[in-house]
Design a protein around this ligand. Structure first.
Ligand code: SAM
Length: 283
């Protein structure tokens, strides 16, 4: 046995279509000493499907804190391990954060095997600006907390990605219509890579009505991608307070120009007034 520490591999697995597993993922899952899976009842059939017989142990939100240190100590002693989740990329709304942090604290190598993730798959087909985006994961399940979170996000100009439960998708879309406005563009991406894959883009009110009218759209696994808020139109406050003052002074008495420039830009009225006096003296 070598004295070198082992590696922790973070391995993405398919969202539904088994053809999306990577050849590197298969190689690593076959050769590590232990596969850590969110739910072994879910992952063992996947591993067996690919003829992988590596020992598999459950690591989920309820035991991760308790097990992380002992697992990392085994890797320090030379074992290699792979973490997988039920579907997609571990740690993306899935367990693994405590384990990865502990591995870093103990100086272990943590190596990714990238692959499917529902958030990226949905964004790639949403037809909504993808140059800047925010991944919000799941919204709170309670109505008041969910609406409060949406209020906080209402002014966000980057595109928004949400994971959503099929039981709540109708209510969430209705809340979004009220809080983000009916005209915002949004895409529902459901059952990606599976038989009933659906990608539907509309404005929020259209999407909410479409989902409400078809119970099929309230089933399965769902990602919502919502366009960000329009950025504030170029306004007077895009100019510096001094520049606004200079323009207003051309048309208005000094006191009025300073007061208006202060209101438009949020700068202090007295400071602007002193500047206005100085400018007049210099003329
Ligand atoms: N780690 C996973 C990933 O990388 O996407 C996400 C895990 S999270 C617990 C599960 C959520 O991901 C689902 O409720 C759904 O919102 C989304 N999801 C997973 N698979 C999906 C699919 N095939 N189509 C659409 N959304 C999916």
């Amino acid at each position: 046995m070598s004295n070198a520490s082992g590696t922790l591999y973070i391995v993405a697995t398919p969202l539904g279509n088994l053809g999306d597993i990577s050849s590197r993922a298969l190689e690593v899952l076959s050769t590590v000493d232990l596969v850590l899976a969110e739910d072994t009842r879910h992952s063992l059939p996947l591993l067996r499907h690919f003829g992988i017989t590596t020992v598999c142990k459950a690591l989920h939100e309820h035991n991760e804190r308790h097990l992380a240190r002992a697992l990392c100590e085994r890797m320090l002693a030379g074992e290699c391990m792979a973490l997988i989740s039920d579907a997609g990329t571990p740690l993306v709304s899935d367990p693994g954060y405590v384990l990865v942090r502990t591995a870093h604290e103990l100086g272990l190598t943590v190596s990714p095997l990238p692959g499917p993730s529902a958030a990226m798959a949905a964004l790639s087909v949403a037809g909504i600006a993808s140059d800047r985006f925010v991944f919000e994961g799941f919204l709170p399940s309670r109505t008041a907390a969910r609406r409060q979170r949406l209020q906080v996000l209402a002014g966000e100009t980057r595109s928004l990605i949400f994971y959503e439960s099929p039981r709540r998708v109708r209510d969430t879309l209705q809340d979004m219509v009220e809080i983000f406005g009916a005209r915002r563009e949004a895409t529902l991406a459901r059952e990606l890579t599976k038989r009933h894959e659906t990608v539907h883009k509309a404005d929020l009110s259209g999407l909410a009505a479409w989902v409400a009218a078809d119970v099929q759209q309230q089933k399965g696994e769902i990602v919502l991608v919502v366009a960000g808020a329009e950025s504030a139109p170029a306004a007077a406050n895009a100019l510096s307070p001094e520049a606004v003052l200079d323009i207003l002074m051309e048309e208005l008495p000094l006191k009025q120009a300073a007061a208006l420039a202060a209101r438009l830009t949020g700068a202090r009225r007295n400071t602007l007034y002193r500047r206005a006096l100085r400018l007049r003296e210099e003329k």
